[in-house]
Design a protein around this ligand. Structure first.
Ligand SMILES: [Fe+2]
Ligand SMILES: [Fe+2]
Length: 395
């Protein structure tokens, strides 16, 4: 086993030959071939404050029930997904990204455009994968540092969930897409902060509330928009687990935050705000723009100016903001900051604190999954329509 220890996150794109996606691999200077890769391990240090819990009496509470559900609803990426379905017709959506009138995009020939959309897809799925690895590491820390017995057991079941999520996105990228992008630097900075903070509740707030809350919304969009039935199934199975993780976070933190002093609570509120603000920055595929030789800042601005991206990056917070409100972290000091970001309006939407057990206990059914779940796109279409009618009535 050859491990290369590094203090730096690798910045190269990796390619996997023999993936389903039909494309030729051009000679890219930043291709990291499998011959180069053995194990690349990036070091982080964490002053984790852990605890034993000697009170083995199991309280029959919501946390215990969520743990039981985690056991019952196990699934296997190999068994529960049919990986042999054909690759669908590839989608190109320059309008969605506001690139339809962008000069460097228009200058690309057809093959390069196809390659570009493959990279965009690989980039966003790679962020899912890296985020899942972050969740795996954090969940394993929570086993040590969660203070109560039920929560330790629960964190262990979540750790296994996250292992499956890493497995399934990794498999998808390697066998279906054939390409993997490095982690976005903003996403990496949030995960670093969560992993290296010694306080268990900061980890909960950062991971269970902000990152997983955002992931729930992002997964819903991915499921709605992908033409690939394999990815729809992958995302459905992952989402079902994530909904449980977020529910656990909200229920567990709600009680705890009440016990904090005002100053401690403010510090947590500020931390949550910062994680949200950085998360908005991580949504643009700047590494792809760089790869294709674009002016990164100009392209970033162009994409964010578009209606879809500017709306989407706010809609992503529909789960996070009400949950922060519910656990008491939308303090008077941070509310104006959220308002500046344009996402405070979501504060009164439904939270993940009230558990709909029948929803949580839904059996594994990927067929039904295709038709299931409230669609962010429907919401999005409504906003878009309202926007359009405003523009047309103004004109
Ligand atoms: Fe996950
Ligand atoms: Fe999770």
């Amino acid at each position: 086993m050859k491990v290369e220890w590094t203090e730096q996150t690798p910045r190269k794109i990796q390619r996997y030959p023999n993936a389903d996606y039909p494309h030729d691999n051009p000679d890219l200077e930043d291709v990291l071939t499998s011959a180069d890769v053995d194990h690349v391990a990036e070091i982080f240090q964490t002053p984790l404050t852990g605890s034993f819990n000697w009170d083995y009496k199991i309280q029959d509470d919501r946390i215990k029930k969520l743990y039981d559900l985690g056991k019952q609803l196990n699934w296997d990426p190999e068994m529960d997904i049919d990986w042999d379905r054909p690759w669908p017709v590839e989608q190109q959506s320059p309008e969605m990204m506001n690139l339809h009138d962008y000069e460097p995009y228009l200058a690309m020939d057809e093959d390069t455009r196809a390659e570009f959309w493959l990279h965009m897809n690989a980039w966003s799925l790679s962020q899912f994968l890296h985020g899942e690895q972050g969740a795996l590491l954090v969940a394993s820390q929570l086993c040590s540092c969660a203070p109560t017995f039920n929560a330790k057991l629960y964190a262990a079941s979540q750790t296994f969930d996250e292992a499956r999520h890493v497995e399934v996105f990794n498999k998808y990228l390697q066998t279906r897409i054939g390409m993997m992008y490095p982690i976005n630097t903003h996403l990496k900075s949030i995960i670093d902060k969560i992993l290296t903070d010694p306080r268990w509740d900061m980890k909960f707030i950062g991971m269970q509330i902000v990152i997983e809350g955002l992931a729930l919304s992002a997964f819903a969009t991915a499921r709605e928009t992908t033409p690939d039935p394999v990815l729809k199934d992958v995302v459905y199975l992952v989402t079902r687990d994530e909904a449980r993780h977020v529910t656990f976070g909200v229920n567990y933190l709600e009680e705890f935050v009440k016990t904090l002093s005002d100053e401690e609570r403010e510090e947590r509120a500020q931390f949550a705000y910062e994680a949200c603000a950085i998360s908005r920055e991580r949504l643009v595929a700047t590494d792809v723009f760089r790869h294709f030789g674009w002016d990164v800042e100009e392209a970033r601005k162009k994409v964010l100016d578009g209606f879809v991206m500017s709306t989407f990056r706010n809609l992503l917070f529909q789960r996070v903001i009400p949950n922060l409100n519910r656990i008491g972290l939308l303090t008077d000091k941070v509310r104006p900051k959220f308002e500046t970001l344009g996402i405070l309006d979501y504060e009164n939407l439904a939270t993940d604190g009230d558990i709909d057990w029948s929803e949580m206990e839904r059996p594994l059914d990927t067929q039904e999954a295709q038709a299931y779940e409230q669609s962010m796109l429907a919401e999005f279409a409504k906003v878009h329509e309202a926007e359009e009618s405003k523009t047309s009535s103004a004109a």
